[in-house]
Design a protein around this ligand. Structure first.
Ligand code: NDP
Length: 296
């Protein structure tokens, strides 16, 4: 088989960031609106702190207004709800993101529900999800939206294409399945969703012309589970021990890349694939919110 196309997250995310930059400059120039993102970090989880910093840096690069609220780990839920309430009515803020995971005493769903859905740049509010499912303008969940942008950028057709998604989380699998079946560009796929109750997963994944893994298990999708010529999108990000690596671990996807890639028409690597898309789509959502794309 020919060499697979490597779907490069850096190339696609940079193209999106460039577009978001150009469109936000136009919004500032024409309507005097600077997109604003508020990120709330509760506690001192080092990985979350890194994500929050990179979001701040990206806002700076794009010329967005950016505010970070760092709250102690023992912040009462009511205080966090009150902060969300303030941000909901702050006219300089168009996107509110409360970084997950939250400390155990705070109910994440309650916090997400308190965010004005028009500022829900994570696309996780029940109203955002519902609007997306029924085809209304909505802020859409960032990682699944990023997957669709990758397919579009590489001109991988989805229209009528048999697509299998392994994973049904609220964060990835469920929204992605719904987005891919929407009757629109980058959608209109024939979607099957598999999960841990699948009896013979291989027989399902082998049907896929587009196979998307969002499982959270290192190299779980092996070559025998993939049809020749399929496009494989690996959402998984898993740490595996690696004594030779500086940090003692390295990141691998849910797909056994070395064995699967030679069979594929196209494939995303990990790292360097879907992982880079999430922040680009977050910025895109902040721009869309500032522009009022979501409407009432
Ligand atoms: P979850 O753990 O919430 O969901 C995993 C899904 O995989 C579940 O639906 C589960 O089924 C299914 N599953 C687990 N084991 C099997 C199995 N043996 N066979 C079939 N299905 C199985 O994970 P997320 O969706 O949040 O994340 C998935 C992966 O994507 C992770 O590696 C995560 O790190 C990564 N990720 C990457 C992002 C990015 O690129 N920016 C963002 C978000 C996630 P069931 O529902 O039955 O339990």
């Amino acid at each position: 088989m020919a060499e697979p196309i490597i779907i490069d997250g850096k190339t696609v995310s940079e193209a999106i960031i460039d577009r978001v930059h150009a469109e936000s400059q136009a919004l500032i120039a024409e309507r005097g609106i600077t997109p604003g993102l508020a990120v709330v970090l509760v506690g001192d989880d080092p990985a979350s702190a890194t994500y929050v910093r990179s979001k701040g840096k990206m806002c700076e690069r794009l010329g967005f207004h950016s505010v970070t609220h760092r709250l102690p780990a023992d912040t009462p839920e009511d205080d966090l709800l009150a902060l969300v309430g303030v941000l909901n009515v702050d006219p300089t803020i168009h996107g509110i993101l409360v970084q997950a995971p939250l400390p155990g005493h705070i109910n994440y769903d309650r916090i997400v529900k308190a965010i004005d859905y028009r500022k829900d740049v994570d696309g996780l509010h029940p109203v955002s999800v519902g609007r997306m499912v029924i085809g209304m303008p909505a802020l859409e969940s960032c990682t699944p939206a990023g997957v669709i942008e990758m397919l579009k950028y590489y001109r991988i057709p989805t229209d009528g294409v048999r697509t299998v998604i392994v994973g049904r989380s609220n964060l990835v699998g469920k929204p992605l399945a719904n987005m891919m079946m929407q009757k629109r560009k980058g959608g209109n796929a024939i979607v099957t969703v598999a999960h841990s109750a699948a009896r013979d997963l291989k027989s399902i994944t082998r049907e896929a012309d587009i196979l998307i893994a969002a499982i959270g298990r290192p190299r779980y999708i092996t070559a025998d589970m993939v049809r020749d010529g399929a496009t494989v999108i690996d959402v998984g990000i898993n740490r595996v021990e690696d004594a030779g690596a500086k940090r003692g671990y390295r990141l691998v996807g849910d797909v056994d890349y070395d064995a699967v890639a030679p069979k594929c028409h196209a494939i995303t690597p990990v790292p360097g694939g879907v992982g880079l898309m999430t922040i680009a789509m977050l910025m895109n959502n902040t721009l869309r919110s500032a522009r009022g794309d979501v409407g009432e």
